[in-house]
Structure formats: C-alpha cells, structure tokens
Design a protein around this ligand. Structure first.
Ligand code: FNR
Ligand code: LAC
Length: 372
C-alpha cells in the first residue's frame, strides 16, 4: 500500500498464450481508477483500438526454400547493443502497477536486453533506477516544463544517473479528452520523484490535465536545440504522425523520431501509427541524414513488430502490455511480456527467411487497400 492505495508486490514469470490476455487479468490487480487510466483512450477510443486493428492493413508474405534457420533478435540502436527490437515506452507512475514501480520495469527491461524509456512522471528517482540496474540501456522521456530550471535539472540529473539519451514528447501538450479519468476522477496516487521538490511538490494528487497544464504547450524546433545545449546526447522526438513533422524534427537536430499517437490518448481520430509509418519512413530515408525510427501504438503481436520493422521502423515500442506485466509479475512480468513478443517474432522470421532484424527491413509486405 501507498497511503491506502493498494500496490501489487508480485514478482513472478508470467505464462501467457498472448499479450491480449493481460489486459483483462490486470483488472483484478490494479485498483479501478488506475486501471482505467491505463486501459482507456481519448473520446470514443477509436484511435486506441485502431492502432492494433490497422496492422491488418498489411500482409507478411511468407518465403520458402530460403535454407535459413536459427533467426536472431539482437540489434543495435544509436550505439546501444540490444537483445531485442522491442523497447519499453515511457509511461507515467509505474507505482499504480507495482510497489517497485520503475525499478522493476528497468530490471525487467535489462533482463530482456531491451531499451527502457523512463517518464518524467516516474515515481522512482533516476538515482534509484541507476542503483538497481547500473548501465542498462535507458533513455529519459522529457515532459518539458514552462520552467527551464526544472528542465535543466531533469536533463542533468538523468545524464548523471546513466541515461544516455532523451525522448522529447511533443504530442501531449494538453491532455486528450479522456472520459475514463473524468468518470473515476483519476489523480496520481503515488508521488512523482521529480516533483517532490518542484511544482510545489505537486505530483501525487494531481490529474493528468493538471500535470500537463504545468508543462510547456509551445514546444517548437528550438527546444530540441536547447536540450542538446544542456546535454550533448541523442534527442529522439516522440509523437510524430506526419512526414512534415518528421522533417521539422530532423531539421532541428533530432537524432531519431518515434511515430506515435500516444496510444490513442490524445487526438481520437488520429491515424494508426502503422498506417502513417510508410510515408514517414520514405520521407526520412530521402532526407540526407537518415535518422532511426521507432514505432509505438497497439503493438500486441510478434507479427506487429515484424510489420513495423519491415515498413521502416528500427525499434518497436510497447506501452500498456508491459504495465500489465509489471502488475502481474513485477520485473519478471515485464521480461515475460517482451519475451512473448520475441517468441512470436522468431516464428515469423523463420517462416519468411529473415535471419536478422536487418533482413526483416527488406521483407516483402503487401498493403491491402481497404478502399478498393
Ligand atoms: C503513456 N504514454 C506516455 N508517453 C510519454 O511520452 N510519457 C508518459 O509519461 C506517458 N505516460 C503514459 C501513461 C499510460 C498509462 C499510457 C498507456 C501511455 C504513451 C506511451 O509512451 C506510448 O506512446 C503508448 O502507450 C503506446 O501505445 P500502447 O502500446 O500502450 O498501445
Ligand atoms: C498519459 C501521460 C502521462 O498519457 O503521458 O497519461
């Protein structure tokens, strides 16, 4: 418990048939308001659900007679050696899923050899995460504040604590219209480490809308340059849904982009990330300094990871599923979720003759034009 908020303390490997089962199982572990803060989207929740459905717009063409066996999942990303192309998306307040919060998430990601993205709205401090996982691959996600003293503190503390890059989130300047949070009057029930001394100590007890209100709304290309002046490390811009913004971000010095719509929690009616990835990947490839692309949103299957990689992504991020895994099994639960996707991805790699992640990037994908 944290002040009457019940927190899971489970630490166990999960046995699942697929990731979809976890959404329902987690309902019995995470208290209701927190559960629906996770398992919900903006307005009619169309984008939240369409992120997953839209993977059906693309077909993987099996390949035979390839003579290939023993596919491998290891990959490199901005100099980091990873054991899987699946990464952990930044999510606020892991303490709603498990008492160990981001410490267990970081441990699970490290055990799976996966890049961990940690939110500015984390419960645990960057120092606690560093103490727990040492030099594991991890980036800090930035919700820029209007107050650049705060931003400078977050950036400097994170770099000191072994975070080797940043995600700058640009698609959540105000909260999407999230009816679940309105119905349950959700507020963060566990303190947010970076806010214990900032923002009047306001983190715990704040709604998402209140947290966003204290964040910056007028984020522009110059902010990428400002971050890189404070710490000369990679800055990946998270929340890109069109080629124009990809070009703007890269032109301002972004070292990568995340094609994302915030899991359908912001603009309901926004296109599924997999639907806009091809156009964005084509534009980025044509730009003289090609930067890596991450896709997130609705990824629940190894075949989703395969399709995103084949359509231009270098890494693929998961959000909600790992949080369910954290609630149901702690660090081992997070690791189990990543390994479930790995298991499914390896099958598709064998059946398409893709030995490496690089091979997947050249795999044959057909687009089914539903308008036809
Ligand atoms: C998020 N996401 C998010 N993104 C971010 O940049 N900073 C954050 O603090 C959060 N917080 C957050 C909380 C919860 C409960 C969810 C579900 C999502 C968005 C996240 O990084 C990612 O873009 C989506 O979650 C990916 O979609 P799926 O896999 O959850 O469908
Ligand atoms: C959310 C914020 C914290 O989506 O990113 O809830």
């Amino acid at each position: 418990y944290y002040k009457g908020f019940p927190q899971s303390t489970r630490e166990e490997k999960l046995h699942m048939v697929n990731l979809n089962e976890l959404e329902n199982e987690a309902k019995y572990v995470i208290p209701e308001a927190a559960y629906y803060y996770i398992a919900s989207g903006a307005e009619n929740e169309w984008t939240w659900r369409n992120n997953t459905q839209a993977f059906n717009h693309f077909q993987i063409v099996p390949r035979a007679l390839t003579g290939m066996q023993d596919p491998e999942l290891n990959t490199e990303f901005l100099g980091m050696k990873l054991k899987t192309p699946v990464m952990i998306c930044p999510i606020a307040c892991h303490g709603i899923a498990n008492a160990e919060a981001e410490i267990d998430t970081a441990k699970g990601a490290k055990a799976a050899g996966s890049l961990f993205g940690m939110s500015t709205y984390a419960n645990k401090s960057v120092q606690e995460v560093q103490a727990a996982v040492g030099d594991s691959p991890r980036y800090m996600q930035l919700y820029l504040s209007k107050n650049w003293d705060f931003n400078k503190m977050v950036i400097e503390e994170s770099v000191k604590a072994g975070f080797t890059g940043f995600f700058l989130t640009v698609d959540a300047l105000v909260s999407g219209y999230r009816e679940a949070n309105l119905r349950t009057n959700f507020t963060y029930p566990v303190p947010l480490a970076f806010f214990n001394e900032w923002n009047g100590g306001k983190g715990e007890g704040q709604s998402v809308a209140q947290m966003y209100a204290s964040s910056a709304q007028n984020i522009g290309p110059d902010d990428i340059r400002k971050i890189k002046k404070i710490a000369d490390v990679p800055v990946i811009v998270k929340g890109i849904e069109c080629a124009e913004d990809a070009m703007l971000a890269i032109g301002a010095g972004a070292d990568g982009i995340v094609v994302s719509n915030h899991g359908g929690r912001e603009v309901d009616g926004a296109p599924a990330t997999i639907d806009v990835l091809p156009e964005i990947a084509k534009a980025v490839k044509s730009y003289d300094h090609r930067v890596p692309i991450i896709l997130d949103g609705g990824v629940r299957r190894g075949s989703h990871v395969f399709k995103a990689l084949a359509l231009g992504a270098d890494l693929v991020g998961i959000g909600r599923p790992f949080l369910y895994g954290l609630a149901l099994g702690g660090a081992q639960g997070v690791q189990s979720v990543i390994e479930q996707l790995n298991k499914e991805l390896l099958i598709d790699m064998q059946l398409t003759g893709c030995k490496t992640i690089e091979d997947i990037k050249h795999a044959k994908i057909d687009h089914i034009d539903y308008t036809a």
